[in-house]
Design a protein around this ligand. Structure first.
Ligand SMILES: *Cc1c(COP(=O)(O)O)cnc(C)c1O
Length: 395
């Protein structure tokens, strides 16, 4: 089934890629999975060998068979030239951005982007002489008006993982490229199963592998997949920074990816069922889920996505803090915590304040972000129904 030495297979469905790509049992004594490689030193036999530097592996910091396997899978899923596994989703964002810029440059970041990416841009990049401006996630072709001669990167996250605006990736790519900038897209929400930004014109795609790829809330990872043109600088930047992902973590990512297709489908179906149900509940002002016809970007989502993720937000009627506490403190199945993508459902109250500058968040009420896990849907509905009742009683 494997076509070549990289464990790549061609002409197959995504489910088949997920089950067969990135592993070479014949190199592992027949064992199905590539085991955890732990290694720094790689040995050379002769002076010729060490001078020629032609071995597959020279030093463990540049990767090993466990990390290579993950990269091969994600490369095929994203239709990329190559992929790098990095230690976290945030590292994927920071390395992707650093690969595009030098002192004196300017970048444009979506107002809905993952907040620690903003902190990196406003802090670290500013210190290195790179300016950041924020754009309305619904700007589309209007991005062209914001481009400056020194704008070198545009960072989009579609949909934004708190407020779920869908971005017009082809329009952003066109505007970015016309101005000589690269488009970086955070594709964590949809996963490459339901959205493939490189095919729509993006140059780099990043994932918080921690979320859907790992799928069990037990490991950190990120990936950067690129076009051929963008690859060399990403790999150079990663190597210069000394960033390496251990085989232990890579093994957990590969293990998660094997079941990504069926997990995504289950998460999608449950999230949609609950989102639709919430639309009819008392206290609910708005459900921010792009696959709902009521969502302002639904048409764009239909055009560019083939499915939806586990994550969405719900806006409840204005109420004091005590109501928010009554909602979350009494939850029985949903638990409260950062991150998402695991088998267990999560709920966090969302505070949008300083982190919105280009398009201030003005909706009235309290926003909650839900990650719908793999519990029974009726049990999750009952948990939310009771929470809404507590919320209503205290407001
Ligand atoms: C969580 C998240 C990240 C960061 O991933 P970490 O692995 O936690 O660093 C980046 N982007 C999005 C959309 C996320 O949800």
């Amino acid at each position: 089934m494997n076509d070549n030495k990289n464990g790549s297979i061609s002409g197959h469905s995504i489910e088949t890629i997920l089950t067969h790509a990135g592993r070479k049992p014949e190199e592992q004594f027949g064992f199905v999975n590539t085991p955890v490689y732990r290694g720094s030193t790689v040995l050379f036999k002769t002076l010729d060998d060490i001078e020629a530097q032609q071995q597959r592996y020279l030093y463990g910091r540049a990767g090993n068979p466990t990390t290579d396997g993950v990269e091969a899978i994600v490369t095929q899923l994203e239709g990329a030239y190559r992929t790098r596994l990095v230690p976290s989703g945030l590292a994927a964002i920071t390395i992707a951005l650093l690969s595009c810029v030098k002192a004196g440059d300017d970048i444009l970041v979506s107002d809905s982007a993952y907040e620690p990416g903003r902190v990196f841009s406003d802090g670290f990049l500013a210190r290195m002489g790179v300016a950041t401006r924020y754009y309305d996630p619904r700007i589309g072709a209007g991005l062209a008006e914001l481009m400056r001669p020194n704008t070198r990167a545009v960072l989009a996250e579609s949909p934004g993982s708190l407020t779920f605006e869908v971005q017009d990736i082809p329009a952003l790519a066109k505007a970015a490229h016309a101005g000589g900038a690269r488009l970086v897209v955070d594709n964590s929400w949809a996963s490459p199963l339901y959205h493939q930004p490189l095919a729509l014109g993006a140059d780099l795609v990043v994932h918080a592998g921690t979320k859907m790829f790992v799928g069990h809330s037990d490991a950190f990872a990120g990936t950067i997949s690129t076009t051929e043109e963008a690859w060399a600088e990403v790999e150079r930047t990663r190597a210069h920074l000394g960033v390496f992902t251990a085989g232990d973590e890579a093994f957990l990512v590969a293990r998660g990816l094997r079941t990504l297709a069926i997990r995504m489908k289950e998460h999608q179906d449950r999230a949609l069922e609950i989102a639709r149900w919430l639309e009819g509940q008392e206290e609910v002002g708005q459900v921010l889920h792009p696959a709902l016809p009521s969502h302002p970007d639904h048409a764009l989502w239909e055009r560019d996505f083939t499915g939806s993720g586990s994550l969405f937000s719900v806006l409840l009627a204005p109420a004091p803090r005590a109501s928010v506490a009554a909602f979350v403190d009494g939850l029985g199945l949903f638990t409260m915590g950062y991150s998402w993508g695991g088998y267990e459902s999560l709920c966090i109250p969302v505070k949008l304040g300083k982190n919105r500058t280009a398009r201030p968040w003005t909706a009235d009420g309290n926003l909650f972000r839900l990650h719908i896990g793999l519990e029974g849907v009726d049990d999750l509905k009952a948990d939310l129904k009771a929470a809404i009742e507590r919320y209503a009683r205290t407001r």
